[in-house]
Design a protein around this ligand. Structure first.
Ligand code: ADP
Ligand code: MG
Ligand code: MG
Length: 889
């Protein structure tokens, strides 16, 4: 194998092997852009080094050969005494890990060659400045010396000289500083700073390899879900100098604004500076536009190059460049990070420029970005006091009074207060408080911490791992940087999309994107409208491309109408249990307590018109679109009072000698219906089979509602769905009764209803016998929430807060299987059942309801296995539409 590639040998598609930086340096070289020559050592070499503790045997010779070639080309040798070639040794992994890995500049300088450099450049100051930088960087990153020691020595030199910035230090000062730095190295590292240039280079290469496995790099990768075994490439790049005086400098730039997407000149420039100086903030940079006045030739060339890069990458790029005595050099480029809003804008801008087509535009945005744009957010114009920043764990903008324990969170929220639960970290005991709070803030833990996982599951705003905040739960207070103390009850605001934490109440504004979906905002001229316009167009691209239809989970007319505005093409899941709550609970209680046939029939009769009315409203809200109504699913005891509460009521009545016959009967019923494991108990189709008249009442309500809508010249498209079927026999029995009721209603009203009857596939047995079940079902809807529970054998309510964090940390899950479908397990059952079902009944309609229907990755999976539609909560519909479009393009 080949471990070293010259910049002329690589290209941008070799990121796995050459890392992002190396691949793009090669790409720019081949585009003919001015890149200082160099070569890249592959990630494969790094992997061998990390696995075996030593570099691959062939590496040394290969590096020598490439170094020779580089020296030939540059006409000087590495570290050559009278005219040294200098290089940088730069890390560069496949995915950028900002600030995580190491780079060393000016390799090749020594006590001897520093003189040569000075003579060649005709500038002593420059040479000694470069040398002190080398010892500083090398000392810190290669020899592990505490960087502060060098910083302090530099500060001391400035103070002694009474100057503010390092450019005011003269050659003699820097020379002294070099002596000081060398001493620091000697004492701290127990060895001399190496004078042999090749030794410098080899040690730096090893240090870059090693930097892959520092704690902070590992932590970062875990949080960003970057695999730990990729390794980093190492780029050896001949040095160019921005610290050669006022006609030199270094800068960073974007080819367009990463916040808005607007084209223009965005970036920063710093005269007489090297490398990191720009971002390190040691001296004030000037806006890139000012480079035009400083060095018009380089400026014009840079603008030209930025255009070349945009046209070539067909995307926003960010770049690093250096100007050495009026000569421009490109040191890095990559497709730049951008905000969610800019991603949509840039995608449409690039379409308008003719650089990409609609299908490609869809690949430039994600459902997660769209979801981010749909959260309400803090008013950007508001005056805010930012006091910390943690990890953006679960998006949203939350404002509330700080509370430091779960108990207080629950108590205060019951009395109508909005609270933010602040903890060092959360554990399962905090669950009640997390539910009660507007948002959750922790000072420890990353994206897979308990707080983050649970908050995301609940759709609750969460910032975690805000380490600058000192949380003292015992004293119910938190200290923010600068010493200000937030006491229990003080207002704070947290932004789960950016991870920022603010003091006080930051005003929240609704998302313009939601306003647009709601039909309250249209594209126009101002800034928010530009975003809306972009979203509007991207959604149109997605709708044109997608094959999957998107339906909503909605139980009432209001949700249905909103879903329709958001683009729902029907209702995939109407849960009828919500129609059994409120004032109707009493009727349901009567039904459960009925001793005689007559009593039961009477309570069912009372429920019938109420259900029917709900359906009439729903069908008219969704006129012309399919509405899948699921018959009653949850165990009946869910409709009865809580057992402790009831026992207390009975005991109280007893002691007061008040009549309590009804309570007693209820209590008996609760005991009778009590189940060890309700999730696997009397629910779903089983209810329909053991409680005579229940399902037929519901079917009658649906049929009569449909007939009424027809009579009113409406177009109802009801579908009846039987939950929790495990075998075709269950379905056949229920179906026969249902068919009969429908026939009766048809006869009585003189209308033909054509109600489809189908089932949910949410038990492994149903999936495994889907071919048989399809004999009795006109459609399948995969209930992937229950299917995940039953395939894995765990109940969501119990496990998410208990062992999921551990599983995520150990890498057993990449993500909760309730968030993204487990393709290998649950997913293969879906695939199998879909195929078997269609084999029996080619026109079988296939959909999915359950949270996965709105999850980007899952939507792609459902597209691939050929389902007809996904159904999700109204707010997720735009995300599902977009992802369905992306999946198809
Ligand atoms: P990072 O990945 O942290 O940006 P880089 O490898 O890009 O690290 O280098 C750090 C800084 O040094 C950057 O500003 C870069 O432009 C600069 N730099 C790297 N190599 C050279 C070189 N050969 N000549 C001049 N400056 C360089
Ligand atoms: Mg860089
Ligand atoms: Mg279910």
């Amino acid at each position: 194998v080949k471990f070293v590639y010259d910049f002329t040998e690589g290209n941008k598609d070799l990121k796995d092997l050459l890392g992002g930086k190396g691949a793009n340096l090669a790409e720019m070289t081949n585009l003919g852009l001015p890149v200082p020559p160099g070569f890249t050592i592959t990630t494969e070499a790094c992997k061998v080094y990390l696995d075996s503790g030593d570099e691959p045997p062939a590496l040394r010779d290969e590096v020598s050969a490439h170094l020779d070639a580089l020296e030939q080309r540059m006409g000087k040798k590495l570290g050559q005494a009278d005219d040294p070639l200098l290089v940088s040794v730069r890390s560069g992994a496949k995915f950028s890990m900002p600030g995580m890995m190491d780079t060393v500049l000016n390799i090749g300088l020594s006590d001897k060659s520093v003189q040569g450099l000075a003579k060649q450049a005709g500038d002593d100051r420059f040479a000694w400045d470069s040398y002190r930088r080398l010892i500083q960087m090398f000392g810190k990153t290669v020899l592990g010396v505490d960087g502060d020691l060098f910083e302090e020595a530099l500060e001391a030199a400035k103070t002694a000289k009474k100057v503010a910035v390092d450019t005011e230090l003269e050659a003699a000062d820097l020379k002294k500083l070099v002596t000081k730095f060398k001493k620091i190295v000697k004492t701290e590292a127990g060895r001399d700073f190496p004078q042999d240039p090749r030794e410098q280079m080899d040690l730096a290469i090893h240090a870059v390899f090693d930097s892959w496995n520092t704690d902070r790099a590992k932590l970062y990768r875990r949080q960003e879900r970057i695999p730990g075994d990729l390794g980093t490439a190492v780029n050896v790049c001949s040095m160019v100098f921005g610290n050669l005086g006022p006609d030199s400098g270094t800068g960073v730039a974007f080819t367009r604004d990463p916040a808005s997407g607007h084209q223009g000149v965005y970036g920063d420039y710093l005269q007489n500076a090297q490398g990191e100086d720009v971002v390190a903030g040691i001296r004030n940079t000037v806006p890139l536009a000012e480079l035009e006045a400083i060095d018009k030739k380089s400026y014009d060339q840079l603008m030209q190059i930025m255009e070349t890069l945009e046209n070539h990458y067909k995307d926003l790029c960010d770049i690093e460049f250096t100007i050495e005595r009026g000569q421009l050099w490109m040191l890095q480029t990559r497709v730049g990070k951008r905000t969610a809003g800019a991603a949509f804008r840039i995608a449409t801008q690039l379409v308008d420029q003719g650089l990409i087509d609609e299908a490609e535009a869809l690949q430039r945005v994600t459902g997660a970005q769209l979801a981010q744009l749909m959260f309400p957010r803090f008013d950007e114009d508001a005056k805010v006091e930012k006091v910390g920043r943690g990890i953006a764990a679960s998006p949203g903008a939350a404002v509330g009074k700080a509370v430091f324990d779960s108990y207080t969170a629950v108590k205060w929220s019951r009395s109508g207060e909005k609270v933010i639960l602040v903890r060092r970290e959360t554990n399962p005991d905090d669950l009640d408080g997390m539910i009660a709070a507007e948002g959750i803030l922790t000072s420890r833990g990353g994206k897979t911490s308990h707080a983050a996982v649970v908050a995301r599951g609940m759709g609750k705003t969460c910032v975690c791992g805000a380490e600058e905040l000192e949380v003292d739960t015992k004293r119910r207070r938190m200290t923010v940087p600068g010493g200000h103390v937030v006491e229990e009850g003080d207002l704070i605001s947290i932004d789960g999309s950016s991870g920022k934490v603010y003091l006080g109440e930051v005003p929240v504004v609704p998302s313009p994107v939601v306003e647009y979906f709601e039909g309250r905002m249209h594209a126009g001229a101002n800034d928010a409208d530009e975003l809306v316009e972009a979203v509007h167009r991207i959604m149109a691209f997605a709708d044109r491309k997608r094959r999957l239809r998107v339906r909503a989970n909605a139980d009432n007319a209001e949700d249905a109408l909103r879903a329709r505005r958001f683009g729902a093409q029907g209702i995939g899941l109407c849960r009828t249990e919500h129609m059994f709550l409120g004032d109707r609970r009493e009727l349901v209680e009567r039904l459960i307590l009925a001793d005689t046939e007559a009593e039961r029939e009477e309570s069912l009769k009372a429920l019938l018109p109420l259900q029917k009315k709900d359906f009439v409203e729903l069908f008219s809200a969704m006129d012309g679109l399919p509405v899948t109504v699921r018959l009653l699913d949850p165990p009946l005891h869910e409709f009865l009072p809580d057992i402790t509460e009831l026992s207390v009521r009975v005991a109280l009545a007893e002691s007061r000698q008040e009549p309590h016959e009804n309570e007693l009967r209820l209590l008996q019923a609760v005991h009778r219906l009590h189940e060890q494991n309700p999730m696997l108990g009397l629910r779903g189709v089983r209810l329909g089979l053991v409680i005579p008249g229940l399902f037929t009442m519901q079917v009658r309500a649906i049929a009569e509602a449909a007939a009424e809508r027809k009579a009113a010249k409406g177009d109802p498209r009801a579908e009846i769905m039987i939950p929790l079927v495990g075998t075709v026999q269950e379905l056949e029995i229920v179906r026969e009764e249902a068919d009969q009721v429908v026939a009766e209603v048809e006869a009585a009203t003189g209308t033909e209803l054509k109600l489809a009857i189908g089932t949910m596939i949410e038990l492994p047995r149903a999936a495994l016998t889907a071919g048989q079940i399809a004999e009795a079902a006109e459609f399948f809807s995969f209930g992937t929430n229950d299917l995940t529970q039953t395939v894995w054998g765990f109940s969501r309510d119990d496990v998410e807060a208990s062992f999921f964090t551990a599983y995520l940390e150990k890498g057993i899950f990449g993500v909760s299987p309730f968030e993204t479908i487990d393709k290998d397990g649950v997913g293969s059952l879906v695939k199998l059942a879909a195929e078997a079902g269609r084999a029996t009944r080619p026109d079988l309609k296939l959909g999915v309801c359950g949270e996965h229907g709105g999850d980007p990755e899952s939507v792609h999976f459902f597209h691939e296995v050929g389902l007809d539609y996904v159904s999700c909560s109204p707010f997720r519909i735009p995300v599902a539409r977009l992802e369905a479009g992306r999946a198809a393009s």
